[in-house]
Design a protein around this ligand. Structure first.
Ligand code: DP6
Length: 322
């Protein structure tokens, strides 16, 4: 038996990055990470019973199939499903739409296949779909522990600080559309195998995470921003060092970095972060958000500026579908 279910999950942006896997089959990360959950952009998943499987997933249907199969193994329920997943965040511009879509799918499956009383399983399924999806289950500033257990039992995520702890607006400079050329998983593997500075990135991760946690605890935007920017630059350095190299940034992405640093010189508390794509997200005190938005929109090559903020809530169920 299948119950109709709908779930929503927000996207998230990493301040301390997950990059590389300690176990590819279980999708366990090599580094612990810290992210900010978004308030508006995300994904919706809807599941209803069907006569035969129907899968309509924006993005990568292969990931969705992996999550659905894991839910079937968990519950033994193989009844056919009609699954729709839609993103309200542009797919594959580096805004981790796979995170919100896989978190929404895992949530919806937990109700459709009746395991919503087992949040650890929902988290495992979201993570199998996309590592960063586990963070989209939670609101505010979220920590995801890499853990060391071979079975992933200590690989958990939780809200480290609520969104109200440090209210921040987010403006995302979208610098190019179109799908990414290399998937995150493939890029991670290449970096792990060929980038000389990848090892140091993993080694430094516990100290970087601790520093970010302490900056957040102190509500210190300058320190937190310094860490997030350094992590982003290091990630893209590691990508460029890979063999063959992966350069995801566009000239306009680099121009955004210059504008952010000039805004900061003029006294606007803001910082950037970049995930695995050409778009650059800028975190800013809410009262300066409009100024940042206008400055980003004026950069040639910035095709769109998305407006959001750090959001209070993680993935949640929506009203039942008919
Ligand atoms: C750069 O979560 O997309 O955004 O587990 O292979 O699906 P898979 O990777 P994914 O990688 C996200 C990488 C990142 C950094 C981060 O979100 O921490």
């Amino acid at each position: 038996m299948i119950r109709a279910a709908r779930a929503w999950a927000p996207a998230n942006l990493a301040l301390v990055k997950y990059w590389g896997k300690r176990d590819a089959a279980l999708n366990l990360p090599a580094t612990s990470s810290l992210s900010a959950t978004l308030g508006l952009f995300g994904s919706e998943a809807r599941i209803v019973p069907a006569d035969t499987d129907v899968l309509d997933v924006q993005g990568d249907p292969g990931r969705a199939l992996r999550v659905i199969e894991a839910a079937r193994v968990l519950t033994g329920n193989r009844a056919p499903l009609d699954v729709v997943v839609r993103n309200t965040v542009p797919t594959a511009v580096g805004l981790a739409s796979s995170a919100s879509s896989m978190a929404a799918l895992a949530m919806a499956l937990s109700r459709a296949l009746a395991f919503e009383d087992r949040p650890v399983q929902t988290a495992r399924l979201a993570r199998l779909g996309s590592g960063s999806a586990i963070r989209s289950l939670f609101g505010g500033f979220v920590e995801w522990d890499a853990g060391i257990a071979a079975d992933g039992s200590d690989c958990r995520a939780r809200t480290a600080f609520p969104a109200t702890h440090l209210p921040l607006a987010i403006r995302v400079a979208v610098t190019a559309g179109g799908p990414k050329e290399v998937s995150s998983g493939e890029a991670m593997e290449r970096c792990r195998g060929t980038s000389p500075s990848y090892e140091g990135f993993v080694r430094d991760n516990p100290a970087v995470l601790e520093a970010a946690r302490s900056a957040l605890a102190d509500r210190d935007i300058a320190r937190l921003g310094g860490i997030a920017e350094a992590q982003s630059l290091q990630l893209h350095e590691i990508l460029r060092e890979a063999s063959p190299p992966i350069d995801l940034l566009r000239p306009a992405s680099r121009d955004v970095l210059g504008v952010v640093s000039r805004l900061r010189e003029r006294g606007v508390p803001c910082f950037f972060t970049i995930d695995a794509g050409p778009s650059v997200a800028v975190f800013v005190e809410p009262r300066h958000a409009d100024a940042v938005g206008s400055a980003l929109a004026a950069i040639p090559g910035v095709v769109q500026v998305l407006e959001d903020a750090v959001g209070a809530a993680g993935a949640r169920f929506l009203e039942e579908v008919e």
